[in-house]
Design a protein around this ligand. Structure first.
Ligand code: UDP
Ligand code: MG
Length: 143
């Protein structure tokens, strides 16, 4: 079993897609091990996206991610990280495969509805960013 982190970004929450996104990942065989609605502070958003610090879109990304509530999920499945990336689709919704979350709901390359972890290591790191080890263990997480 593998753990990954899915975020419904502020546009996904504002456009009322939380339920459809959770239903889709459950249909794809993911088990929800953590689920929380919250507003990121600037310092939390900067820490979460630290890898992108200095990139031209970093400021806009932090502004966007702190602009309204998000929903954080810890999801478990075999091959969770790569399968979630497939379900999410390409970063730019215009290039995302048909039926993926970003193709269905994304507005543009910056405002693209969801985040998904990009490696097994980051899946664990990002799940632990939003949920404690105790919460994940009590929800039945296998890792
Ligand atoms: N982003 C952007 N412009 C770009 C690349 C990325 O605004 O040219 C934003 C977008 O919201 C994206 C996030 O920064 O989801 C993180 O970028 P990354 O390259 O990690 O894409 P992802 O892993 O989300 O597909
Ligand atoms: Mg990424």
């Amino acid at each position: 079993m593998e753990l990954t982190c899915l975020l419904v970004k502020p546009d996904g929450v504002a456009d009322a897609h939380i339920g459809e996104i959770v239903a889709k990942v459950e249909r794809e065989g993911f088990t929800v091990r953590g689920l929380r609605l919250l507003v990121l502070t600037r310092s939390h958003a900067e820490a979460f996206y630290a890898i992108h610090h200095g990139r031209p879109f970093f400021e806009d990304l932090v502004e966007y991610m702190t602009g309204g509530p998000i929903v954080a999920l810890a999801l478990e499945r075999e091959d969770a990280v790569s399968h979630l990336r497939t379900v999410i689709g390409a970063t730019n919704p215009a290039e995302a495969a048909e039926g993926t979350i970003r193709a269905l709901y994304g507005r543009d390359i910056g405002t693209n509805t969801v985040h998904g972890s990009d490696s097994v290591e980051n899946g664990i790191r990002e799940a632990l960013f939003f949920f404690s080890e105790r919460e994940l263990a009590e929800s039945g997480t296998v890792i």
